[in-house]
Design a protein around this ligand. Structure first.
Ligand code: FIX
Ligand code: ZN
Length: 417
């Protein structure tokens, strides 16, 4: 055993180790270079993040159409003026822009948006990816890849060689959320699917999934679900899960990720910023984990009220890995609360965070902020065990941090239940 860390140094050492541990970011909306304009980066993208669009409409309401018809740069100017200059940028999404600029060595105090634009104009996407990975201390990011997306789909169909730091995920919201429309789309791509979802249709959906698994080589399959998700029931969603998705996931030993609790388009005028949250029923997760012990499930939930029950569910099912503080949960006070709750109930057997970054640069702030909180919570826990006489060593803290920031996910991928 290496030398124990003196009790008075635990906090500082844990902070340093968590900062030095590279992250595998298990859910983002980032893209590798071959996806062209789908990869978002730069200050105008940062400022027009949909989290900030929602905040800007609160303080500077305007006709929705007028906002959407502005150029990206004008939208950014508008948001910058109202959220950063006319009031202080204290929300987490605003603070995130500042942390990012500051980590990129830009003068945040100058409040000079045009100077920030100039900085981004002087670089290119390829170099910027390397810089951002280094600054965020990232080793890999997991993308969200949608075969139903008309822009993304042709890139895969042409064949694409990925930077090994970008990992694909087969996302299938359109399939599970609106079967009738999905059946028509599959039909137009040569699959013999009809609305009835009978045995032949199911066979064709499996063929579709396998074709895309072979094409994308995803590391897991994923869907987001509304708060009223229930399982099992008499819906097409249950049939598709039971007969198509879960059998294929078993065959390829791929986890199925369920992100539960999003109320889509509560205000459609806000587009991507128009989704909200609702409390879901954790028994759906329990039923599915119990009924398919040979499947692996990655689950995150959007409502704060669901977090404790989800931790308890994870205690009951080794095939359930809970992950991340999703979207409206990704705020310091809630990250801290959830991370404590998870460690107290599950020890280190969970994935505390993912970034959900949509703009490359966002991984810088999302991971800087989250790392700080994870380190503080861990330090408290190490101090508590050290107070009993347990020796906390640097080597073991490094091991634990590596599990939380990527190792648990990789082990879960490899594990065959
Ligand atoms: O469904 C998802 O993966 C969500 O994370 C996104 O759709 C959402 O818009 C988002 O960016 C949340 O952070
Ligand atoms: Zn997401």
């Amino acid at each position: 055993m290496s030398q124990p860390i003196p009790a008075t140094s635990i906090r500082a050492e844990v902070g340093r180790i968590v900062r030095e541990t590279p992250v595998l970011d298990i859910h983002t909306h980032l893209y590798d270079l071959p996806f062209g304009d789908l990869l978002l980066w730069g200050v105008d993208e940062l400022i027009t993040y949909h989290y900030l669009i929602a905040e800007a409409f609160r303080v500077a309401p305007m006709p929705y159409g007028a906002f959407w018809s502005m150029s990206k740069q004008n939208q950014a100017d508008h948001i910058w003026r109202h959220l950063f200059l006319e009031r202080s940028p204290v929300s987490e999404a605003c603070r995130g822009v500042l942390t990012t600029l500051s980590e990129l060595d830009l003068d945040v105090g100058a409040r000079d948006l045009n100077a920030y634009r100039e900085f981004f104009r002087s670089t290119n996407a390829k170099d910027h990816i390397d810089r951002v990975f280094k600054l965020a201390n990232l080793r890999e990011v997991v993308m969200t890849n949608d075969p139903f997306d008309p822009i993304e789909r042709p890139v895969w169909e042409k064949g694409v060689v990925l930077d090994p730091r970008f990992k694909p995920v087969l996302r299938m919201d359109p399939l599970l959320i609106g079967w009738d429309k999905a059946a028509e789309m599959l039909q137009s791509w040569g699959y013999k699917t009809a609305r009835g979802l009978d045995n032949e249709d199911q066979e064709e959906v499996r063929r579709f999934l396998e074709d895309w698994i072979r094409r994308m080589r995803p590391i897991y399959m994923a869907v987001s679900l509304t708060p009223d998700f229930s399982f099992p029931d008499f819906s097409a969603t249950t049939t598709l899960l039971d007969r198509c998705i879960l059998p294929v996931a078993r065959e390829y030993n791929l986890p199925f990720a369920m992100m539960i609790g999003v109320k889509r388009q509560v205000n459609p005028n806000l587009k991507l910023a128009g989704d909200a949250v609702g409390r879901a029923d954790v028994s759906a997760v329990e039923h599915i984990c119990e009924r398919y012990p040979a499947n692996k499930f990655l689950v995150t939930m959007l409502s704060r009220e669901n977090q404790h029950e989800l931790c308890v569910a994870a205690r009951k099912f080794p095939n359930l890995m809970i992950f991340g503080c999703w979207w409206f949960m990704n705020n310091p006070s809630i990250i801290e609360e959830i991370t404590r709750e998870r460690i107290e109930l599950l020890g280190l057997s969970m994935i505390p965070q993912h970034s959900d970054a949509r703009v490359l640069d966002q991984v810088i702030y999302k991971w800087k902020h989250s790392r700080g909180i994870i380190a503080e919570v861990l330090a408290d826990k190490y101090e508590d065990v050290a107070a009993t006489g347990w020796k906390v060593t640097e080597e073991e803290v490094r091991r634990d941090a590596a599990l939380l920031l990527g190792g648990n996910f990789e082990r879960f991928l490899e594990w065959k239940p």
